[in-house]
Design a protein around this ligand. Sequence first.
Ligand code: SOE
Length: 368
Amino acid sequence: MTTEVIDIGVDAVHTGLVGGGFMARVHAAAARSAGARLTAVASSSRDRAETAARELGVARAEDDAARLFAASDVDVVHICTPNATHAPLAAAALAAGKHVVCEKPLATSVADARALVQAADDAGVVAAVPFVYRYHPMVREARARVASGRVGTLLTLEGTYLQDWMLRQDDDDWRADAATGGASRAFADIGSHLCDLVEFVTGERIVRLAARTRRVFDERRGRTVTNEDVAAVLIETESGALGTLLVSQMAPGRKNALVIELHGSRRSIRFDQERPEELWVGARKGSRLTLRDPATASPDAARLQSLPAGHPMGYQDAFDGFVADVYRAIAGEPADGLPTFADGVRAAVVTDAVLESAERRSWIEVPA
Ligand code: SOE
């Protein structure tokens, strides 16, 4: 079955998708909202590809990603497949000269992630990783306030990213299999978002860390599990700020609870991904809850507000903002704060440091 696609004009970006799961749906919706024409979807079998095409409303189904990379009616490829396939698929798409959006983790090793940055540079294309929480307007507001000095010198910070979809032993997913998911699961999957946000908002690198990880179940549905369910990390940033990060996919009732709270010498600031319209600004006197409002926001936060104040924006809007910026970059327009493959390398470096620290039970210097 094919679905009719509305051609919105010769200037539309032509998008191809690889993968047909939850993330592919989010990418497809974002691509459409950015005005792209979705031309094809590839998956690992004919059956899966046709199901994905039907569900995503894409006209052409391919059971071989290579055909999608070779297609002349595809400008940009979105890779939404299991982690271990990201690097080879992204490398092949870049070799074919396509712009690439690759789900995180960009690769399951630092070396592979670095090779992709080089390949993207050589190809001269846009290569982005969806660290999409950067696209919540109130995250930009927090970042602008830190950059302007309103928060003061960073003293401490606290970050948590909690989910519960792996709580029970019979909860299973390809991410729990090191062969498809990689050596790290919870940290690579969601801790990477948290570290990206901490560094993006503070403008500071994490320079050293001490981590403990925990695997609650060694086996899930007959599958031997070797990667972690939980990670707790002490961190120090380049200015000497100290912080803690807690990452778990086994926290009952927490669905996608990403929170960062920064404490500066003048103000504190707190962003909660499940309450994305708000920013808590703490002060010794007069703490306030600031609501999203284009009329009062910093220019960077205002530019990402596709809806007026009081009309709540959320996860999909952040994704839409990210993909719109990718397509802006493809058109040669500015896209401030776009997370690129270099940010994918950074996430791989921090993830490696967490695993190494947990294994050696010691502090680790995180390479720049
Ligand atoms: C699953 O943990 C997941 O879908 C992540 O892979 C995403 O990156 C996150 O945004 C939501 O949770």
